[in-house]
Design a protein around this ligand. Structure first.
Ligand code: PGA
Length: 256
């Protein structure tokens, strides 16, 4: 099964010059490459999405956005709908990222509304879940993750659950260069699968893809993804440097 590698560019790439440089460097880094085992999904800031979509035509690269609002259209100043995202040609939507939960008070119930809307528009949600350091140290990882999954998917149909992508990102690992161990990541993966089996009766072959995120780079990718049995990774910081990002892909291609 192909590994997914998602590049979350967050609120970066500010000017046209930066955009053009990133774009050139990204195209350069995939030139001539044949990806056998990896699918790349790039989530640029929405303002650059169309430019990227038009310029990067590679069957192994698709596009996503970092957030949407759950209504399709209307008087919601400043918001973008999944319907708009679909029409412009992106396929994935990141939902419930810990930065959105922290800075924009995004709740599990809003995550549920967003995921429902994303599926209605036939896009793929990438649902981010994960515990804080305090929660981990207090032994609450299981409780937090169970709650995020249960409350974040209350209205999502069983048929759609298998199409979901889950990104397990321990919050303390995001942007900190601290990573969890392969063993611990694997144990959370098993926990997530158990929640899906218990709540939705999913068989192992029908499980959503489960990715790891948090300070992923080409040096730790073997441990956090391959050794931990994950289906891919969500990459923040390193995705801002196409050459480094592609080194992660190279390891996945070689080892997978
Ligand atoms: P990071 O970000 O790779 O910079 O830790 C990951 C994320 O926020 O998804």
């Amino acid at each position: 099964m192909n590994k997914l590698i998602i590049g979350n560019l967050k609120m970066n790439i500010i000017s046209k010059i930066e955009r053009d440089n990133y774009f050139k460097s990204f195209r350069e880094s995939i030139r001539g490459k044949k990806f056998q085992n990896t699918s790349i999904i790039l989530c640029p800031p929405i303002i650059h999405l169309e430019y990227f979509l038009k310029g990067i035509k590679n069957k192994n690269v698709s596009f996503g956005v970092q957030n949407i609002y759950w209504e399709n259209s209307g008087a919601y100043t400043g918001e973008i709908s999944s319907n708009m995202v679909k029409y412009i040609g992106a396929e994935f939507v990141v939902v419930g990222h810990s930065e959105r939960r922290k800075y924009f008070n995004e709740t599990n119930s809003e995550v549920n509304k967003k995921i429902t809307a994303i599926f209605k528009n036939k896009l793929t949600p990438v649902m981010c879940i994960g515990e804080s350091l305090a929660e981990r140290e207090a032994g609450k990882t299981k409780k937090v993750i169970t709650e995020q999954i249960n409350k974040g998917l209350t209205e999502v149909s069983k048929a759609n659950i298998s199409k979901l992508v889950i990104a397990y990102e321990p919050i303390w690992s995001i942007g900190t260069s601290k990573i969890s161990t392969g063993e611990k990541i694997m144990s959370v993966r098993i926990l997530i699968q158990k929640i899906f089996a218990d709540k939705f009766g999913l068989a192992i072959g029908k499980m959503p893809k489960i990715l790891y995120g948090g300070s992923v780079n080409y040096k730790n990718i073997k441990e956090v993804c391959l050794e931990a049995g994950m289906d891919g990774v969500l990459v923040g910081g390193e995705s801002l440097y196409p050459a480094s990002f592609m080194k992660i892909v190279d390891v996945l291609e070689e080892e997978n």
